[in-house]
Design a protein around this ligand. Structure first.
Ligand code: FES
Length: 109
């Protein structure tokens, strides 16, 4: 009666095999896609693009008319007075742990 063959176990080969297996699983397993949330939740959603265009004179006139000598444009897309900042970014930042704020243009001294 023949005896069963004895398999030699080479620990280095086993380690290399496990390493290659881990590397392949890392490379081949699909990564979850990041959740993409629209920046603009509600402003002019019927339009394919919301863009603003104004002249430097327009901005200068706004600053001149402002009692504080500045104009602030919303960058969080949550303002009820869009395109101007109404402070809604504070609630948004607190809720979403974000750090957005307006673009504020001031009169040069
Ligand atoms: S309300 Fe949007 S930046 Fe202030």
């Amino acid at each position: 009666m023949d005896s069963l063959p004895v398999l030699a176990v080479d620990p280095i080969s086993i380690a290399i095999g496990i390493g290659i297996g881990l590397l392949l699983s890392f490379l081949l397993v699909p990564k979850p896609k990041p959740v993409i949330i629209p920046v603009n939740p509600s402003i002019e959603k019927e339009n394919p693009k919301v863009g603003l265009r104004c002249t430097v004179k327009d901005i200068e006139d706004l600053i001149e008319a402002s009692p504080k000598g500045k104009v602030s444009y919303c960058r969080c897309w949550r303002s009820e007075k869009f395109p101007y900042c109404d402070g809604a970014h504070r609630d948004y930042n607190a809720e979403c742990k974000d750090n957005t704020g307006p673009l504020t243009i001031v009169k040069q001294e």
